[in-house]
Design a binder for this molecule. Structure first.
Ligand code: UD1
Length: 338
């Protein structure tokens, strides 16, 4: 049984990926510092899969923690989710972002190098493209200067991994996520935003639940058919499955270059107003919303070309937007998070 280390394995995307890994027959070790996740998620993963993953509460910013962890462990691959991801917060506090997202990555790579572990999957983001001139966005689209320290940590992270792959004969794949949403169909795991949600879907579900008074739509004069911004929303379970496909590619030594990267989305662009209409239709709940000014740093439109992921990873997003929004709503009602 192949053993996979998942950092940030109790987080939103991490927990869904752990479930898919266990369902695919991998043995999972989770590291999480619980800074943006809850320990209960471990039990919920266990309930879904019938298997309790090995768990270590560990702060990856402390180098000795990371190097000690790797001693005497046989690990076949690493999926690295553990990172901060709030754009606005990163502008307020860039050094915390560089320390957490870059420092930890460097220590992790050192631990892998020193223990001859050479397969890494890295959580990257479509944010690396900024406002792309081409739509859908292919992997050949140029990387734009990052709009935020958070975005910069993803760009720098990819560079660090690419150079490490070259120097230390490691293999890695960066997955550039578009907008992950939804919850596991069991409704036992989902997104747990701390405080006021910054992302659209948790804000919508909290508004529908009466926790927030109304949703503010950031901008209605974008150059799009209805004036609101367009994104590529992907069900988190589909996204989780993309990690298994990427991991298998590495384990089967099919990676064409030592460092590869893929867009992970549905290929479909949906506007904020279309999201609201679809949410209202599939849940039967009406949303209070108002239009406000654009949010700084937001792009007009971003959706993925999925050709490379479809063909080279043999993976495809399968779940509908309705399914994703309905699962997010059920999760909201169950978790009642504030
Ligand atoms: C954001 C980040 C992105 C990051 C991702 C992580 C920015 C600019 N981008 O993506 O770098 O990888 O989160 O989760 O922050 N919206 C509203 N009202 C709201 C919230 C959002 O109208 O209350 C709109 C936004 O303007 C955007 C869309 O909804 O058009 C999606 O927003 P969001 O969920 O925050 O995702 P991104 O901004 O695409």
């Amino acid at each position: 049984m192949k053993k996979i280390l998942v950092t940030g394995g109790l987080g939103f995307i991490g927990s869904h990926t752990v479930v898919e890994l266990q369902n695919s027959g991998f043995k999972v070790i989770i590291i999480d510092d619980l800074s943006n996740s809850k320990i209960e998620v471990l039990d919920n993963i266990t309930e879904i899969t019938g298997v309790k993953p090995e768990f270590y509460k560990l702060d990856l910013k402390i180098k000795s923690n990371v190097l000690d962890f790797f001693k005497n462990k046989k690990i076949d691959g690493v999926i690295h989710f553990a990172a901060f991801k709030a754009v606005g917060e990163s502008v307020q506090n860039p050094l915390d972002y560089y320390e957490n997202n870059i420092g930890s990555l460097v220590y992790l790579l050192q631990g892998m190098r020193d223990n001859n572990i050479d397969n890494l999957i890295f959580s990257s983001s479509c944010t690396v493209y900024g406002q792309s001139d081409e739509l859908p966005i292919t992997e050949n689209a140029p990387i734009k200067t990052a709009e935020s320290p958070y975005g910069n940590t993803k760009q720098i992270g990819e560079e660090i991994i690419k150079e490490s792959c070259k120097a230390y004969a490691m293999n890695a794949i960066a997955l550039r996520y578009f907008n992950p949403i939804g919850a596991h169909p069991s409704i036992k795991i989902g997104e747990l935003p701390l405080g006021i949600p910054q992302n659209l879907i948790p804000y919508i579900t909290q508004t529908a639940a009466g926790i927030r008074k109304e949703l503010s739509i950031f901008g209605n004069d974008y150059e799009t058919p209805d004036g609101t911004a367009i994104r590529d929303y992907i069900h988190v379970v589909d996204l989780a499955k993309a990690h298994i496909a990427a991991l298998n590619r590495l384990l089967e030594k099919k990676n064409t270059k030592s460092f590869n990267f893929f867009n992970i989305g549905t290929g479909i662009g949906t506007s904020v107003l279309e999201i609201i209409k679809t949410f209202e239709k599939c849940t039967g709940v009406n949303l209070n919303y108002k239009f406000v000014a654009k949010r700084e740093g937001d792009v007009t439109s971003a959706f993925a070309s999925t050709k490379n992921a479809n063909e080279q990873l043999d993976w495809k997003a399968e779940k509908s937007l309705e399914e994703a929004l309905l699962s997010a709503w059920k999760w909201q009602q169950k978790s009642n998070n504030v």
